[in-house]
Ligand binder design. Structure first.
Ligand code: BGC
Length: 255
């Protein structure tokens, strides 16, 4: 039987990247393609990039296509876009990307997609109870998984902590902006953030993803919180893999 291949495309605050994914293993079957995206890319400009990425991987042309977005996505419609152009708000991204690529598309939140991948193949696989995945990048994305099932569109990255929108102080971008070392970031920002989250949710496990999870050994051991915190196993490929898996779960013709 032919290997089932899906295509995942991950729209982030600074880049948009895609790769074909072997749905049975979660591995990329070709090198990913990445474009930088200016912050104020309009939905139409972004749809053109999605089209180009989809066209670049003909081997995945007949498989499911999933696209992540760094904001709330309800039934394919974008509801928030904290780090992208406001023109996204209330855009029907599913319709837009379907028109651009000529094929059905599943659109979901980026952290939710990462959680789908980590639950299937990574750090949250077979973990019972409440798992909180956080992605530390341009913003803070969160996904809540309860006994293997995703509760979509949680936005704990925007909790108010000490009078601030949490992601503006504890994201990886905030660390760089404020010139903090990993140690300072962990002690001054992450511990405070995770304690607030922990008081509200009492997760059994915290999975830390986003590009910075590659450097997890520099800050995770410094976290002083009760639940175990582990790095995402798929590192920053999780969004792409999870997008393809979520689209496959929906079936090709899911609307
Ligand atoms: C958005 C989330 C997103 C996260 C990571 C936040 O600003 O509100 O929906 O998951 O950034 O991209």
């Amino acid at each position: 039987m032919a290997q089932p291949i899906g295509l995942g495309i991950d729209i982030g605050g600074s880049g948009i990247k895609g790769a074909p994914v072997d749905l049975t293993t979660g591995e990329f079957t070709a090198e990913r393609l990445k474009f930088s995206t200016p912050e104020h890319h309009t939905p139409e400009q972004m749809a053109e990039v999605v089209r180009q990425i989809a066209a670049h991987f003909p081997e995945a042309a007949d498989g499911p296509l999933g696209v992540t977005f760094p904001g709330i996505v309800q039934n394919g419609v974008i509801r928030t876009a904290a780090n992208l152009d406001d023109a996204w708000i209330d855009t029907d991204a599913r319709a837009l990307f379907t028109k651009a690529t000529g094929r059905p598309v599943r659109v979901l939140n980026d952290a939710d997609a990462a959680a789908v991948a980590e639950t299937r193949f990574g750090a949250a696989k077979d973990v019972p109870g409440v798992v909180l995945l956080t992605t530390l990048g341009t913003g803070i994305g969160t996904a809540l998984v309860v006994d293997g099932r995703l509760v979509p569109n949680t936005e704990f990255g925007h909790l108010e902590v000490d009078g601030h929108d949490a992601e503006t102080r504890a994201s990886s971008a905030a660390r760089k902006r404020d010139g903090l070392t990993y140690e300072e970031w962990a002690h001054q920002r992450l511990n405070r953030y995770y304690r607030v989250v922990e008081d509200l949710l009492w997760p059994d496990l915290i999975v830390v993803g986003g590009g910075v999870s590659r450097k997890a050994d520099r800050f995770l051991p410094l976290l002083d919180i009760p639940p175990p915190a582990v790095p995402a196993a798929l590192l920053n490929t999780a969004g792409i893999v999870g997008a393809a898996l979520a689209a496959a779960d929906d079936g090709h013709n899911a609307s």
